[in-house]
Design a protein around this ligand. Structure first.
Ligand code: SAH
Length: 343
């Protein structure tokens, strides 16, 4: 049985824990530094702590370092990791290389409950949500493996981050801390299928991360076919929440729109979308839909994708086509899925 993961604590919580072990509070900062700045894998490496404290830490906590089961590399340099999360489950995490830095796409849950018809993460049974420390460990494990510093993080891997709200918030707090990883909120994006009450909650936290909304259609009937969540929170409710978010945070929202051939990619769809987003502080990310096993949706033609973008731009809506990364190793949007660890 594993002990509590020490990476589940932000610095304030860790101070409390350390005082409970009858140690001085500043020790917590030293430990935090070892874990998040030095990225060590064991308490034994924390050499400025007394032997006695190191033993106490070992008796009470674990480091929960993930094991790499496989690592695949795409022709475009994208890397996909399959991590053993130490309870017979495995998750995928993707590392992408952009001009401006390295971005990691993390999973927030093992499996997903949302049931979106075009996404591979849905095709397997939901196991559980990830803990805060397991979210952060995806970054630490890749930084150790590649000996790099990751500059951006997106919650666009497996799972619905707003369905694991508290752990995601805690992970962001840990990532933000200047005494550790020191990744600013502006370097973090949360993508949601549209859990409306949680969008309000996120807005009220007023953290400066980017919110991405997986929209995929501006028409309720079509969106409900693609994304069952739309039957619970329809487009009008979703847009109301988005406006609230923009007003509260002054941050531009990014709308994700995966273009599927003969489904949501004609100019009539583009027109509905432009009307829906008119006057909003936003940006549209057009994603050529990635084919998944048994998926009924096919990628739009390049011609349609460009027409769709140009139409939006002509209506004053900023839209860009997302570069496809890692599709040859099934690491692109919607292609990640949880796996069982065979022992
Ligand atoms: N659950 C969250 C985050 C994970 S998905 C969400 O729904 O936003 C990350 C992005 O990939 C989302 O915009 C999602 O809609 C998109 N996506 C899922 N399947 C896809 C596919 N087959 N092709 C292209 N994008 C896809």
């Amino acid at each position: 049985m594993l002990k509590e993961n020490i990476k589940n604590y932000d610095l304030d919580d860790l101070k409390v824990k350390i005082e409970q072990l009858r140690e001085k509070k500043y020790r917590a900062e030293q430990i935090f530094n070892w874990i998040y700045k030095e990225n060590v894998m064991s308490f034994d490496e924390m050499t400025n702590l007394s032997l006695e404290l190191r033993e106490k830490l070992k008796a009470n906590f674990d480091m929960h370092n993930f094991n790499i089961i496989t690592k695949q590399e795409s022709k475009d340099g994208t890397k996909k990791y399959l991590f053993d999360v130490l309870d017979n489950n495995a998750i995928e995490t993707v590392l992408m290389q952009y001009k401006y830095g390295k971005t990691i796409c993390v999973s927030s849950q093992i499996g997903c409950k949302m049931g979106c018809k075009f996404c591979a993460s849905t095709g397997v049974k939901f196991a559980r949500s990830l803990e805060a420390g397991e979210i952060v460990e995806q970054l630490l494990a890749i930084e150790r493996d590649e000996n790099i510093k990751i500059s951006n993080l997106v919650f666009m891997g497996i799972g619905e981050p707003l369905d694991n709200f508290d752990n995601v918030m805690k992970a962001i707090k840990i990532l933000n801390n200047p005494k550790g990883i020191n990744m600013g909120a502006r370097h973090i994006s949360i993508s949601t299928s549209g859990l409306v009450p949680k969008i309000y909650e996120l807005a009220d936290r007023n953290i400066q991360c980017t919110l991405s909304i997986s929209l995929h259609s501006a028409k309720d009937e079509k969106r409900s076919q693609m994304m069952p969540i739309n039957k619970t929170y329809d487009i009008a409710q979703l847009m109301e929440a988005c406006r609230y978010y923009i007003n509260k945070t002054n941050r531009r929202i990014s709308f994700e729109y995966a273009l599927a051939k003969d489904n949501n990619d004609n100019l009539d769809d583009a027109e509905s979308l432009s009307k829906l987003l008119k006057g909003m502080l936003c940006h549209v990310n057009l994603i050529p839909i990635n084919k998944i096993e048994n998926g009924k949706y096919a990628k739009s033609t390049n011609e349609n994708i460009i027409k769709f973008r140009d139409y939006l731009n002509s209506k004053g809506i900023v839209a860009t086509i997302r570069r496809e990364l890692g599709s040859d190793i099934d690491a692109a949007c919607g292609q990640l899925r949880k796996k069982e660890v065979s022992k």
